[in-house]
Structure formats: C-alpha cells, structure tokens
Design a protein around this ligand. Structure first.
Ligand code: AMP
Length: 208
C-alpha cells in the first residue's frame, strides 16, 4: 500500500500537484474538475482533498500519512502538534504580520486584534507582554480597523496590496510562511521507506 496524502484544497493544491507529478505521483483522474474528495494516484498512493485547517488533524491522528499545507495553518493548529514537519516546499511564500491604519501608532491602552489566527496571535502578544482582546474573524479582516471593530489585525501579507487598498500598513512580522510537508509520527516509522522516498524526491524537485 502507498501513502495517503492530505492536500489543502485551493491555491496550495494547484501549486503542489505539479511538484508531486514531478516526484512521480499523479492522480488517476482530474482533481480540479471533480467533486470527489478521495483520489487514487500512481504508485498505489492516494490523495485526500480538504480544507487546510483539517490537514494537520488528519495527519496527527494518522487518517493521512502525510499532508501538505501552509505554515500559517500549522502554526495555528498548535505548538505542541504531534507530527513531523519534514520539508519546506517553498511555495506560497508570504508573511504573517500585524497591520494597522497608515500613520497610526499603538498607544499603551487595551488593544483589540481582529484575526483568523487567534492561537498564533495569542502566543505572539503574550511573548511581547502585550495584553490584547482577540476578535476571531473568518474573512474581511482588512476592513476591521476601518469599521472600528479592531485596533489592529494579524493577517497574511504577500505584496501588501490588500492592506494598502484598505488604508493599512504592515508592522511586525510574526512568522515567515510557505507550504510545508508534514508526516504522521507512526507513518514515519511504519512506512519509513515510502516517506523517505517522497521527502527526498520532493526535496530534489523543489531544489531544481
Ligand atoms: P497581498 O495583497 O498580495 O498582500 O495578499 C494578501 C491577501 O492574499 C491576504 O488577504 C491573504 O489572505 C492572501 N494571501 C496571499 N498570499 C497568500 C498565501 N501564500 N497563502 C494564503 N493566503 C495568501
């Protein structure tokens, strides 16, 4: 039996399929035009396609042997996550940053932070001894300051265009983000050869 590989639907899926294909693993049917969630692949492997935030869960509990998702998702899943992060695929490079309205400075008073990344933000603000109230948001993070919902936000920044378009400027970098390969702890042992082969082949593909 091959590996069960959990893939993050969307941008990451689109970008990592060519890498996996170059490593000799290809789905037996077109993933993009199907509503299926499980796909047989060459070499006896299997892809399962899901939301990014579910990838660490599937890998931690062994429902998938390996997974591919963003470092942001891995960080938000939790520091004590019980899986191995084996490879940086170098895709989707961006930064997790704080941002606030252009020209404004942080006072000493209480702060409200709007974010999708509540766990990462809590850890970050604790590490700088800053007391904040976290406001969980699922989207439209960038308008939270303008609408008076939050004093600052924690969000993913690539070009910075989204921030700029909403009158915000990036401030502190919390983490450098890119797409990572994670491996279930048991699978690392029980499927050692398959896992090592995947990691080393992908490493070569990424370096090329
Ligand atoms: P930008 O305007 O280029 O700074 O892009 C920022 C927006 O695009 C953010 O709202 C992010 O949600 C999204 N984004 C950009 N790069 C990534 C990435 N690598 N992974 C996930 N989301 C991203």
């Amino acid at each position: 039996m091959g590996l069960t590989i959990a893939l993050n639907r969307g941008r990451i899926l689109k970008e990592c399929l060519p890498l996996l294909a170059a490593a000799g693993i290809e789905p037996l049917e077109d993933i993009h035009s199907s509503r299926k969630l499980v796909f047989e692949a060459t070499g006896g492997h299997r892809f399962i396609v899901m939301r990014g935030s579910d990838v660490p869960t599937y890998v931690e509990y062994g429902a998938a042997d390996v997974g591919i998702t963003g470092k942001d998702t891995i960080l938000e899943y939790g520091q004590g996550a019980r899986f191995y992060e084996r490879l940086d695929l170098g895709l989707g490079r961006c930064k997790l940053m704080t941002a606030m309205p252009e020209g404004e400075e942080l006072g000493d008073g209480p702060l409200r932070v709007g974010t999708k990344f509540v766990n990462v933000s809590r850890t970050y603000f604790e590490s700088i001894n800053r007391h904040v109230t976290l406001i969980p948001l699922a989207g439209a993070i960038e308008i939270a300051p303008i609408m008076g919902l939050a004093d600052l936000i924690v969000d993913i920044v690539d070009t910075g265009n989204t921030l700029k378009a909403n009158g915000l400027s990036a401030r502190e970098t919390i983490a450098d983000i890119s797409t990572r390969l994670i491996v279930n702890r048991a699978a690392q042992k029980t499927k050692f050869d398959l896992v090592q082969n995947l990691v080393s082949t992908l490493r070569e593909v990424v370096a090329a």
